[in-house]
Design a protein around this ligand. Sequence first.
Ligand code: WTA
Length: 650
Amino acid sequence: MSELYYPNKELFKDAAIKSMDEYWDLVKQAEEDYEGFWAKYAKEKIDWFKPFTKVLNEENAPFYKWFEDGELNVAYQCVDRHLATRKNKAAILFEGDNGDQQTLTYRELYYEVNRTANMFKNEFGIKKGDRVVLYMPMIPEAAISMLACAKIGAIHSVVFGGFSAEALRDRIIDAEAKLVVTADGAFRKGKPYMLKPVVDKALEEGCECVEAVCVVERNGEEITWVAGRDYAYNELIKSQPVTCEPEVMNAEDPLFLLYTSGSTGKPKGVQHSSAGYILWAQMTMEWVFDIKENDTYWCTADVGWITGHTYIVYGPLAAGATTVMFEGVPTFPDAGRCWRMVEEYQINQFYTAPTAIRLLHKTGADEPSKYDLSSLRVLGTVGEPIDPAAWKWYYEEVGGGRCSIVDTYWQTETGGHMISPLPGATPIKPGCATFPLPGIFAEIIEEDGTPTPVGEKGFMCITKPWPSMIRTIWGDPDRFVKSYFGDCKKDGKPVYFTGDGAMKDEDGYITITGRTDDVINVSGHRMGTAEVEAAIKKHDNVAAVAVVGKPHDIKGEGIFAYVVLKDDEGVADELETMKEINAIIKSEIGAIALCDDMAFVPDLPKTRSGKIMRRILRSLVKGEKITQDTSTLEDPSIVTKIEEIVQCKC
Ligand code: WTA
């Protein structure tokens, strides 16, 4: 049992949940009257245009519906309604890579969202239900465009700016997007980088659905313009009216799609709802981040991931908070960048990924001591398990032993936090996500629903539907059911399986042990091994390939490929092939999926029926002893051969 840490209680005097007694009380309330629990918050937190009368509809499970006859508008919830009480409060504080700064008050944000919404509607004919792909850097226009879509009822699909043209194209086609919003590019580490050329390339084939491309000017670099297709955002916006009636949306109308990797096949378009999503985004801002009226909150994620959606844009704005948007990287111009910003903006909540914490710890362990970080109250982490060493540095050196660390466990599909400490209540443990949030029935079970014994690994399942859950996979409801409700049952009924393993200790604290499927977390980015393998197979000389995660000091997991070549002419050939393979990955997926290392092996460990025994490959790359039974392999001797090759590398 690891020791408990107690953040300074004084800092959380006014927290929404102030003690473990209050926490257990809320858990009990949710257990005793599940619908009543959620109805109370939904009434209190959302400014409904038309109140709901039904809470949860389970008739067509697992296609659950929440608050289904209620009407609202998420942009109204995030912006318009705040004008009455905080029109001159900063909504977004933007800091560019090179230090340029911009403030948007709620009033200014309101006008910008309205003008952009009018532009989408008037210039590009975007209507309720149309899909708009955003391929954007971290600039205010990204958030504005998301909210503008919400205002008129269009469904946005943000594609992370690090994805390649091929990956962008797949997502545009799958969503049948009518409009693509992008920028010329942006700045990273003091230099311009480009996005528009990637959009041009993506649109070369198969994207007939796209009628227009709207381009924000950010870095001013030269780009090519396609007449009749490409339009300048900065020009068109000038003549747009500053008011725009919010589209009346049903609670269950889709708010956005966000593509994410699964264990098989192409990325899935995770579809989120309007009311349930925004409710939980707002509630977790209050519960987990203890957001208060005068706080300045900073999440370092990119808007291209779910963390950027829920905890840079929707959650903070729904809560009426001030959210910082940062274009740059934590190590430029030096490893003190984040801490200088914490001091300058007097940040109260700082939320980042373990990979960034490890990087900053490694490259600038003493940097935090050079700045005044006394404004900080809550430090958050997300995206992958955090190792105790990085946790302790974060707690002591960044948080001064005073702040709470909220190790928030959740997923693209869950919409918001599922398991997390509550800063005013939960004594914390390094590397531990602690307890499910009230209302969330996150349980560690076996496939048949029996609780996994304390100290053993089981499946992390969520056994009751919750408002911010994924509604379906865009265009593929069967895959939705199979992907999430096919593996585990409780009381004979299928329950949501996260794909993660988890373990409870004798104090009831939950630790997430990582994915149990073929998904790896590279620098907190989710990557399907199947996608990387599909890219590698495009190399002419590759006969077979298996990709696994390999522990990595900074990234958490790196990508490791076992490659069987059709024709292997020795080491020089292998080095060349490795470069070529990575070039293919870069063009098919993007630089985030590059292989850190490869082993060229004579064959893969296959069963007689041809199934690759990945568990063996995962163990080999970690240098673990092979405990699996290898007698069922077609050629058991292959394991020793691969082991020798891998040992030379590790
Ligand atoms: C992993 C990111 C350990 C997990 C919000 C999950 C975590 C996947 C944690 C989802 C955490 C997320 N501790 N692992 N606190 N948070 N994960 O969809 O494997 O990009 O399934 O959502 O990240 O990644 P996604």
